[in-house]
Design a protein around this ligand. Structure first.
Ligand SMILES: [Zn+2]
Length: 409
């Protein structure tokens, strides 16, 4: 690489360092940024100017407790600089969520839909949600930088390929390419990821996992998945196939599972298992699952003995699963999402008891069990976070997204 090209590469790298620093640590002065990143002050000043020109940073007020030099103007991420769009495909619903770099939600979309209707019909509807988000962002004057789709299954993220989603009945669907074609905005990248991973990313940046370095997000959707955060980073394993929390064996001689194995956690603490144990109709999941879940929660809240006992039993099995994960990973906390968050008040006491019984001897610091506050949009919100990472990794892209500002109607 010749010298000027090398300098450009270093500058492109450093501009990302400054943006990520401010996005991660909050508003601060140029002098503080220089001190904390180890870059020299004049370099930081010039990089900040570039980021302001790109619309990614803004100046606001002065720093009160400036420890380095004179108090200076504080720079902060500019909300309107870029937006990420997250979409989610679930068995009973489709969702959309767009956020800006400051984490503000700019758009929400939701549609009850049967995810098992087949990829063509579902992706047509998903594209409609995506275009509504793009038009809303256009009206707000915030340029979109990408779309990330959360799917309940195994994913090849590099290829944008959904390999297998048993809950949807989908196999080898090139979701990223199919959706990009339907959305029809050249230059706007579309990626996909597992819903539990994206929900964990949302928890890490905006939810219950904020400030935690090591936690496991256990997501109750069609099945039970897990997103593992270690050292502040999403842990994906060798092939991205980890996090199959619901198919860990908790009861070796137990019930047969849809996956072909026996005694998986899902056969004891999955939504259908809990509904069946509580005497609710065993419907075919889909859009009705939400209604049956709400009814179960209401019955347990009212002290219905059968419902309370079913959730207590489910909580016990959940605790067995959490104890296995805790022994292996030593997380600071578990964050329950999806139906597990909805039922958390009734599941957590027994799960916590189980965790305490199984970990007492080896771990003095038991991980806490927290319920997600992000609700059903967690995975879509994580998709928006992932889409925005593109700009945090390479802020120069924000200057190149003008093509994506034009949404053909
Ligand atoms: Zn299984």
């Amino acid at each position: 690489m010749n010298a000027p090209a090398n300098q450009r590469a270093v500058r492109r790298h450093n501009v990302g360092v400054v943006l990520r620093h401010v996005a991660g640590r909050g508003p601060r002065s140029r002098a503080t940024i220089a001190h904390e990143t180890g870059l020299n002050k004049s370099t930081v000043s010039s990089l900040v100017t570039e980021l302001i020109d790109l619309g990614l940073l803004v100046e606001r007020g002065t720093e009160r407790t400036g420890t380095v030099g004179r108090p200076g103007l504080v720079v902060d991420v500019a909300g309107a600089g870029a937006a990420g769009i997250g979409l989610e495909v679930n068995a009973g619903s489709l969702a959309a969520c767009a956020t800006d770099l400051a984490g503000t939600v700019l758009h929400r979309g939701y549609e009850a839909a049967d995810g098992r209707a087949g990829p063509d019909a579902v992706l047509d509807r998903l594209a409609v949600l995506a275009r509504a988000a793009l038009e809303d962002l256009k009206a707000q004057g915030v340029p979109p930088v990408g779309i990330a789709v959360a799917v309940p299954g195994l994913v090849d993220t590099e290829a944008g390929l959904l390999l297998l989603a048993p809950g949807l009945g989908w196999e080898r669907v090139p979701v990223a390419r199919e959706l990009a074609e339907r959305v029809g905005v050249p230059g706007l990248p579309v990626t996909i990821d597992n819903e539990a991973n994206l929900a964990a990313l949302a928890e890490l940046t905006e939810g219950a996992g904020r400030g935690l370095a090591h936690f496991v997000h256990v997501s109750g959707e069609v099945g039970i998945g897990a997103g593992v955060v270690l050292g502040g980073q999403l842990f994906r394993g060798a092939h991205g196939f980890g996090g199959q929390f619901g198919h860990m064996t908790v009861d070796p001689d137990g019930l047969a599972c849809v996956c072909g194995a026996r005694g998986c956690l899902e056969t004891r603490a999955g939504l259908e298992a809990l509904l069946a144990a509580a005497g609710e109709d065993t419907g075919e999941g889909g859009a009705l699952a939400g209604d049956r879940l709400a009814r179960l929660r209401a019955r347990a809240d009212d002290g219905d003995g059968v419902a309370v006992a079913a959730l207590r039993e489910g909580g016990h099995w959940l605790g067995v699963g959490l104890a296995i994960a805790a022994s292996l990973l030593d997380p600071e906390a578990f964050v329950l999402g999806g139906f597990l968050a909805e039922l958390a008040p009734h599941l957590t006491p027994a799960a916590d008891e189980e965790l305490r019984a199984r970990l007492l001897a080896t771990q003095r610091e038991r991980p806490g069990i927290l319920a997600s506050a992000l609700g059903p949009e967690a995975a879509a919100r994580g998709g928006a976070v992932l889409a925005l990472r593109r700009v945090l990794d390479d802020p120069g892209l924000a200057g190149e997204v003008t093509v994506a500002r034009e949404v053909p109607v």
